[in-house]
Design a protein around this ligand. Sequence first.
Ligand SMILES: NC(=O)c1ccc[n+]([C@@H]2O[C@H](COP(=O)([O-])OP(=O)(O)OC[C@H]3O[C@@H](n4cnc5c(N)ncnc54)[C@H](O)[C@@H]3O)[C@@H](O)[C@H]2O)c1
Length: 375
Amino acid sequence: MPVFAWKGETLEEYWDCTLKAITWPDGSGPDQIVDDGGDATLLIHWGVKAEKDPSFLKRKPSSEEERVILNLLKKTLKEDPKRWSKVAAGVKGVSEETTTGVHRLIQMAERGELLFPAINVNDSVTKSKFDNIYGCRHSLTDGIKRALDVMLSGKQAVVCGYGDVGKGCAEALKNERARVIVTEIDPICALQACMAGFTVATVEDALPTADLYVTTTGNCHIITAEHMKKMKDQAIVCNIGHFDNEIEVARLKAIPGIKIVEIKGHECPVHMYKFPDGHCIYLLAEGRLVNLGCATGHPSFVMSCSFANQVLAQIAIATRKHEVKVYRLPKELDEEVAALHLEKLGAKLTRLTQEQADYIGVKIEGPYKADYYRY
Ligand SMILES: NC(=O)c1ccc[n+]([C@@H]2O[C@H](COP(=O)([O-])OP(=O)(O)OC[C@H]3O[C@@H](n4cnc5c(N)ncnc54)[C@H](O)[C@@H]3O)[C@@H](O)[C@H]2O)c1
């Protein structure tokens, strides 16, 4: 199977690889896409947009990455001005792996811009409540330890965001006996963090004392350049959300007089940023996903749950006709994915009696919960 990726890619290389991965030898494209973060889907949608309205490519890019994508699209459209409409017309559907990619799909569907059906794999319970929580609980500290071999016990750690990923990260750091502070914008998640025993405060509150910052929000500008100027000497900063814009890396690099020292190279990127006042911080994985940049991501057992959902979604796309909407997999399949993984762990399910099933109003063979149940 061809692989269009390598560790330490530049942005240009990453997007060239994305283009190659969705370009068939005869110039056509895929009929089904398994996406993670929505980049392949975004390239096709932006390509179609640019074909319809060439001024789309002339707008001022809002980030370095956007500049790279717009340049790539300019190149592809010069070669074939109808390339992306042809590719989009051939796509029967996409199944999307992660929170950030699903946000993009839902936004496109709401704006009426979605070009093909999409299955939201992230919100299968056996994906987000496993990969996002337990996967990150495993791989966050793996990444930090491989990067710096630092003692986490006793350190003050700030976890920005207490969604699924944040919950896993906060628990991992708590298990290391770090002293964990959580930041949140959502009162429900903030209250959950309090009830789990964490201090809820703001990044600004934590700046004088915190040793480690982890962003998990899927949102931008969470750790700003101004924050990093005020951090403790040798504070560690990393991100486990999908994009590198949670930490203002570009603005950090642009601070006049800042010195950047590479501590470790692209196999496990660690950079020291020395500020003109003499203090320094360590940035892991250049602000990209620390569990992938500095470690090897989630272990295969939890990814097996995620990818079982991806396979079921791909079968659904291949075998059923869907309207152009964002779907989720039915709960029966979610329960099946969980059931398939139980044996490996030596777990034995209790089987309902008919009387019990009737009493709680479910079938003996499931599904056992209503769609709105939150787990
Ligand atoms: N690295 C990985 O292996 C991995 C795995 C799964 C998901 N992800 C990515 O992690 C990110 C988070 O995913 P999730 O499933 O936890 O999403 P989520 O929506 O469950 O959680 C994000 C949380 O961040 C909070 N938040 C938003 N803006 C904030 C701000 N300014 N300050 C503090 N908190 C803020 C939200 O209220 C929310 O509770 C996404 O980008 C997702 O794609 C990464």
